[in-house]
Design a protein around this ligand. Structure first.
Ligand code: CTP
Length: 400
């Protein structure tokens, strides 16, 4: 696909180099259109080297080729990263005073904007109105994230990570924005049950599959809330994120947020037991040569959700996950179907974790079983697998 990357004059322009690289590495043909001010922050030589194409900024050279129209017509997708407040205003108003804005007014391609600016400017009424106007015209505006800004300050307004811009732009181009208006609650990671002030009983869950699901659902337009249980990964891109450590934390957060979701996804390793009386201090071996831990069973959170649903208190589609140690796909399917029946959930997504496979990996292979649809298998990166799971869930939401 032919992608035009526009760059406007803000400090985040240096990150556009990684956006260009992300698109070229995904096999796309990239042309870069910086504004004159963007070139104060990043050099044309860098942009030409990364895009493998000449970079042009001037509206008034090569006039005979009517280049703004040629560029507008040949582009399949235009991505402006970063987009400044001034650029958003001029684009929303229809001012075409540079090559990039001329191209944008002439193109029929899909347009993605990734604004970056100081918090005060992003929250200014005029910026909000411009963003709303552009969104109403079908432009995808990727929300800036919270974090360190150019000066000493921190707040919303930072350009999202280049990989996120690339991923969201490609998903948008592929018209996968099909979950708009749906609310997903994703519970991911693994609980830790305290033994004493410094020790715990934990598990190997990394939370990667859950975050990939949250990314994929949010890329497809869903409103996503994440409950992240001891997930040691960057969560700053999620607007609604709550952190949890123990079974009790997850139970409390579920009570607060389950009712608001349309779909609850639980790719979480939740402890089946907790230590009955964890010590508030550190246990010392010299004082306690042997240690007996008495464990009490935790209730099953999925079963509690299903019970609330059957009493009419909840209406969500409930999706449980099952990490199974099995010999083959047949045994995986048997265990998944047993879990579907015993837990009473709508869907079980099962994977084989024998030999530790899948836990910290970026790839996965899952089997989905449900009483409402046929069994399906998805294999690939955790993000690709997530899209398979979401396709399956989408079909259930539509028929239920
Ligand atoms: N789960 C839960 N509450 C628990 C334990 C697990 O809601 N106390 C959820 C998990 O988040 C997951 C699903 O149940 O979505 C399956 O978890 P798993 O550990 O595979 O199943 P268990 O019910 O614990 O069964 P077993 O360990 O015997 O396989």
């Amino acid at each position: 696909m032919r992608i035009l990357v526009g760059i406007t004059g803000g400090i985040a322009a240096y990150k556009s180099a990684s956006v260009i690289r992300g698109f070229t590495e995904a096999g796309h043909d990239v042309k870069v259109l910086p504004t004159q001010n963007a070139l104060r922050f990043i050099g044309a030589t860098t942009l030409e080297a990364l895009s493998h194409n000449a970079v042009d900024v001037d509206l008034y050279t090569d006039v005979e080729s009517v280049k703004h129209i040629a560029l507008a017509q040949e582009a399949d997708l235009v991505v402006v990263a970063p987009a400044t407040a001034s650029f958003l205003s001029r684009y929303a108003t229809g001012i075409a005073d540079d090559l990039l804005l001329n191209v944008l007014l002439a193109t029929k391609a899909k347009v993605v904007l990734a604004p970056a600016m100081h918090t005060e400017m992003w929250l200014h009424e005029s910026t909000k109105e411009n963003v709303a106007k552009l969104r109403s015209r079908g432009v995808l505006v990727i929300e800036p994230v919270s974090g360190r800004l150019t000066g000493e300050d921190t707040g919303i307004g930072r350009l999202p990570e280049p990989e996120e811009i690339v991923r969201k732009s490609l998903a948008f181009y592929n018209s996968c924005v099909d979950l708009v208006g749906k609310k997903f609650l994703v519970v991911t990671g693994g609980t830790r049950e305290a033994i004493d002030a410094v020790r715990f009983i934990g598990n190997s869950s990394s939370g990667k599959q859950g975050l990939a699901l949250a990314d994929a659902a949010s890329d497809r337009g869903a409103n996503v809330t994440v409950i992240a249980i001891n997930v040691g990964l960057d969560l700053s891109r999620f607007k609604n994120v709550y952190t949890a450590k123990s079974f009790a934390d997850v139970q409390e957060l579920l009570q607060k947020h389950a009712a608001d979701a349309d779909v609850i996804l639980m790719p979480a390793a939740i402890s089946d037991y907790r230590v009955e009386n964890p010590s508030q201090d550190k246990i010392h071996r010299a004082q306690q040569p042997t240690l007996d831990l008495h464990l009490v069973a935790n209730p099953d959170l999925l079963t509690n959700l299903v019970t609330a649903k059957s009493s009419g208190a909840l209406t969500q589609l409930i999706v449980g996950f099952a990490a199974e140690v099995v010999a083959d796909q047949t045994e995986l399917a048997t265990n998944a179907k047993n879990k579907l029946a015993t837990k009473g959930v709508d869907v079980i997504v099962a994977n084989n974790v024998s030999n530790g496979q899948s836990f910290d990996s970026d790839d996965n292979s899952v089997l989905i079983v449900s009483n409402k649809g046929k069994d399906e298998t998805f294999t690939g990166s955790k993000y690709e697998v997530s899209n398979g799971i979401l396709d399956y869930i989408k079909s259930l939401i539509l028929i239920s």
